[in-house]
Design a protein around this ligand. Sequence first.
Ligand code: MG
Length: 379
Amino acid sequence: MSPKRIALLGATGSIGSSTLKVVRQHPDRFQIVAAAVGRQWEKLLPILEEFHIPVAAVYDADAAQALSKVYKGKILSGMEGLLALVSDSNVDYVLNGLVGAIGCNPTLEAIRHGKTVGLANKETMVMAGALINTTLKQHPESSIIPIDSEHSAIFQCLAGRPAEEIECIELTASGGPFRDFPKEEFKNITKAAALKHPTWVMGEKITIDSATLMNKGLEVIEAHYLFGVGFDSIRVVIHPKSIVHSMVQFRDGSLMAQLGSPDMQLPIQYALVYPERLLLDIARLDLTEIGKLEFFAPDTDKFPCLRLAYEAGRRGDTAPAILNAANEVAVAMFLDEKIAFTDIPKILERVLGKASIGPLNSFEEALAADAWARDAAKS
Ligand code: MG
């Protein structure tokens, strides 16, 4: 078997570094033939050197310029650079670990070019889920395999069974660092406290989204588009230890769960070799050591972002794109210490309230909704 030729988007992020660990364990199976980042060219350089990667894309033009002075390979930049990289005929598999809305268009382009996409970029399905599904139907040689731990768990539990056999999807959530926090104290939550996630080590944006439960809300929307299940059949279950990564309740009453150590190498490797299972050197679970697993219903009164995500998901069309863009702006403002933790859902609610939500038939419509929501959130 010749190695799978991978374009790794978001090579310097947490998904990127877990992917590199997987590739290092199986050099005979995987070859990274292209890598992309937003702007962290200094961190990308040693990766390009270690894996002898001939093509790189850096979204930020100045950063691309800086990299091209020290690396001899082909360096692309801008959105055109990302799109050229994923559509390259030398690429079999696009692993999209980009953070934010810039990850959406490369997924669409990869599908149009018949690639398999390992998807860790949440914004793709949230911004343009319906459009992605239409494009997948037009390109049946393409497919999306989810990498996010919850969606990988659902994908593993489904094992190829069709949507009509699903009664309910149960998405597990750690509940974040403020699960047991009294509601009155939410307004005093600091950036430092919000960045301490109890179980997963992740990037800053997603860690804040975990603290507000918006991360779970976005995952509900993603699950709807990835698995073709209605919002009434997607439930969020708080499970503080993050051992059960999600569950599928089938119509015959069987509840399937996927369990594992919280290590992204597993869903990444599974997405790369599905339906095969390869040896992977990560920690094994010992349930006798864990002893007890707990599950609770979420408190949407304390975490209004979860409720807002269901509302936007049910509304459909451009509403999820608007929610996502407004959330990116609000989280960035919180990380800059310009707004309080409790201002995040307030901003989202106001932006959604005054949005004119329209149909989503093209990527341009998703982008327009995204841009409008960013401006609205800033003001
Ligand atoms: Mg997740």
